[in-house]
Write a protein that binds this ligand. Structure first.
Ligand code: BTN
Length: 241
């Protein structure tokens, strides 16, 4: 229950015990003209999707949710939605007593281990975003089995949590962060663990190595390299060194 804490996020909700991917369902609903703030939730996903076409392990016990937003943004400013989502999750996680940081652009880490991933999928024309689906995968009471990585969960730090209440906090914080607009970049900067670090970034064409210096007003990451400054966008993959 959101208990009247939001103006529109979660005012329409559909719940699935098992679904392939809440993002896929939410993208369909967005095309069907559901209201902004419509939420798809699942106990378990059989085909959870991550960024860069990776699979996302989604056993029962996690929080797997997708929210339909209709931001009045030009496509080039669309990564603000991504930054807002990560600030929202970090704030909700903090309420459980767990200290989280954000790895650019939108992974939520605890002690450098991944607690939550966010997949934002947009449809847009040249001028306007039509809709954005914000997919949040938060390891609450389950730790997924991921090869070559060591994810963590809320339960590992504070014991079993009430998924419904954490979900309600995430959604309430998401509405707040989304309403903040471009100022969310400042909140994001305060919570990130990426700036000042050596990073290696894989873009579709090459690997960029250097020091993460900052984010610009659109959320893109500025990196100083031996060959000068480079700017990478949220589709690229960053490794902290
Ligand atoms: C990442 O690669 O870090 C992003 C993972 C996003 C997973 C969430 S779980 C809910 C929603 N449905 C999906 O299929 N993916 C997102």
């Amino acid at each position: 229950r959101l208990g009247g804490r939001t103006r529109y996020v979660g005012h329409g909700i559909e719940y699935h015990d098992t679904v392939e991917s809440t993002n896929s369902v939410a993208v369909e609903r967005a095309r069907e003209d559901v209201n902004e703030g419509y939420v798809v939730l699942a106990n378990e996903q059989t085909g959870g999707r991550g960024r860069r076409r990776r699979d996302w392990s989604s056993p029962s016990g996690g929080i797997w949710t997708s929210v339909v937003l209709r931001p009045e943004l030009a496509p080039r400013d669309a990564s603000l939605v991504t930054l807002a989502a990560s600030v929202a999750v970090a704030r909700a996680v903090e309420k459980t007593g767990v200290d989280a940081t954000i790895k650019w652009p939108n992974d939520i880490l605890v002690d450098e281990r991944k607690l939550c991933g966010i997949l934002v999928e947009m449809e847009a024309d040249a001028e306007r975003v039509a809709h954005a689906v914000v997919g949040i995968g938060l390891n609450a009471n389950s730790v997924p089995d991921v090869p070559d990585a060591s994810p963590t969960s809320l339960a590992e730090h504070v014991g079993e949590v009430d998924r419904a209440s954490v979900t309600a906090d995430v959604l309430a914080e998401l509405e707040k962060a989304y309403e903040t607009g471009a100022d969310i970049v400042d909140d994001w900067r305060e919570r990130t663990s990426t700036l000042g670090r050596r990073v290696r970034v894989e873009t579709p064409n090459e690997t960029v190595e250097g020091t993460a210096e900052g984010v610009d007003g659109t959320g893109a990451l500025r990196i100083s390299t031996d060959g000068g400054e480079r700017v990478v966008t949220a589709g690229d993959c960053v490794h902290l060194r």
